[in-house]
Design a binder for this molecule. Structure first.
Ligand code: ARG
Length: 503
């Protein structure tokens, strides 16, 4: 693969270039066009010491490299301030063949992780609420990061920081107990939970006593009341069942669920630690950590004694790093929470945890839909993830009916194409920019689209099937047409691409 090629080439030319092999490896660039060879070495860094113009340096060094005893090298070509190295097709094809034989389905995997542990917090929806299109990004990007980290030799714990705690669960528990029988909780859990919650608020407006009941129920829940706890458990389980259905559809699997409630008995020790370090100060009855540098203070405990999202995140970061012994702590959460994570990391740093520097918030942009503008929960125009997936599968089904009505397994194909299109579209967009959601592009059967990639895979499989024999991984003849050379060049870059994507 490319890593190997770079290392070998650097070793070979380090004497001529008068730089360390490591530096040369870092300097190498990957030329796009086939006629620019396989590795390009910029020589601008030598201009000062050699007191010559880069093109002249490139010309002189390329000549020397060309004269070396180096059988794998076809030619060293000076182009401007670059030396382009071209290797023989035979050699490259063997390099690729050997890599395929050795690595199989792990082709291109690297070693950036060196067996270190990475916790990736992703998807993490809020119980009793349907996942929204915002969670799509947190889910798809998060799973991709897990996969990439694994490809780099990290031991990965994909973690679900389920939003399963808060005063709303007291209200919901009360609502289920009193009105639950009127709703099909088992067959339509999310819809029923949403309706119960809405009804609770509507009734509470007319009758404030209900509001008090909800608060009492949450208090009892916090105190460990078994009956309320069972109701809460039911809400969590019903929600998880629904999320699992969507995660399965999206090819997502968490390794560990550590919801917010998991940290209940770790909140006090966390506050005590903050206290001990002299970081907790009172502010209008609440407890906060001042951060300075123009950052708003981090709220740790409300005036009424209730703990907060931030407190749970502090406890959970400590848990991940100290108990799970993670080396990397990654949060895949929308950029609307950027300030929150800046505050969390700053507090952890103030607490003296050196590992605060190994916590990363991987933010992402929001979806924008042409018809409704930026999605906002407060305005009520929420787009549910489920609806987007269903619509995509429906559109795929319609396209199949039109283009290929006799297709067997058409329902299975519609699902794979519809869901694949959504996943590909998400990952294909710039991570940090907002995304304009465009159905036409999502389901396009051409260019950069999920269906097109799936089509290519299916075509390759069909070629292999028609060939009918075992495909050899090493060829006795040289594959030397431009198409073959381009393909081999590209495939050899896989290790570089995977490592770069992870970084
Ligand atoms: N439950 C939150 C939401 O849906 C995301 C949680 C992200 N993870 C974290 N450790 N705060 O917005």
């Amino acid at each position: 693969m490319l890593t190997e090629l770079k290392a070998k080439a650097a070793e070979k030319i380090k004497g001529i270039v008068e730089a360390s092999a490591l530096d040369i490896v870092e300097l190498f660039e990957l030329p796009k066009a086939l006629e620019h060879g396989h590795l390009a070495l910029p020589v601008f860094f030598l201009a000062k010491t050699l007191r010559k113009a880069p093109p002249l340096i490139a010309k002189e060094l390329a000549e020397k490299i060309g004269q070396m005893d180096w059988s794998e090298l076809d030619k060293a070509d000076p182009v401007g301030g670059y030396i382009n190295l071209h290797f023989h097709s035979e050699y490259l094809q063997k390099l690729l063949g050997d890599a395929v034989c050795k690595s199989g389905s792990q082709l291109g995997f690297g070693h950036l992780g060196h067996g270190q542990k990475a916790v990736v917090d992703y998807s993490s929806p809020n119980v009793a609420k349907q996942m929204t299109i915002g969670h799509l990004r947190a889910t798809v990007i998060g799973q991709a990061i897990c996969n990439l980290a694994r490809s780099q030799g990290y031991e990965v714990i994909g973690l679900n920081h389920l939003g399963d705690w808060g005063t709303q669960f007291g209200k919901l528990a009360w609502a289920i107990e009193n009105w639950g029988e009127e709703y099909p909780l088992d067959s339509e859990p999310m819809d029923s939970l949403t309706k119960l919650y809405v009804r609770f608020h509507a009734e509470a407006e007319k009758n404030p006593e209900i509001e008090n009941q909800g608060a009492t129920y949450f208090k009892r829940l916090e105190e460990g009341d078994q009956k309320i706890k069972a109701l809460w458990r039911k809400i969590v389980d019903l929600s998880l069942k629904d999320y699992n259905r969507l995660w399965t559809l999206l090819g997502v699997k968490h390794d560990l669920v550590r919801g917010e409630s998991f940290y209940n008995d770790r909140l006090k020790p966390t506050e005590e630690l903050l206290e001990k370090k002299g970081l907790l100060v009172q502010s209008q009855g609440a407890m906060v950590v001042e951060l300075g540098e123009g950052k708003p203070p981090c709220l740790i405990r409300k005036a009424d004694g209730a703990s907060l999202y931030a407190t749970r995140d502090l406890a959970s970061a400590i848990y991940r790093m100290e108990e799970l012994k993670a080396d990397l702590n990654i949060y895949v959460v929308g950029q609307d929470q950027t300030l929150h994570f800046q505050q969390i990391f700053a507090v952890l740093k103030k607490m003296g945890f050196a590992w605060a520097d190994r916590c990363y918030h991987i933010a992402f942009g929001m979806y924008r839909f042409k018809d409704i503008g930026r999605m906002s929960t407060r305005k009520g125009n929420v787009i549910h993830l489920e609806d987007v997936l269903t619509k995509s599968v429906t559109l795929a089904r319609e396209i199949i009916a039109e283009k290929n009505p006799k297709l067997i397994n058409s329902e299975d194909v519609a699902k794979k194409v519809g869901v694949g299109a959504i996943i590909f579209n998400d990952l294909n967009n710039d991570r940090v920019k907002n995304v304009d959601f465009d159905w036409e592009r999502v389901l396009s059967f051409e260019g950069d689209s999920g269906p097109y990639v799936q089509y290519c895979v299916v075509r390759c499989k069909s070629l292999i099937r028609k060939y009918g024999k075992k495909v050899p991984l090493q060829f006795s003849s040289v594959l030397d047409s431009d198409e073959e050379r381009s393909l081999i060049k590209l495939l050899l870059q896989l290790d570089h691409v995977l490592a770069g994507a992870f970084k």
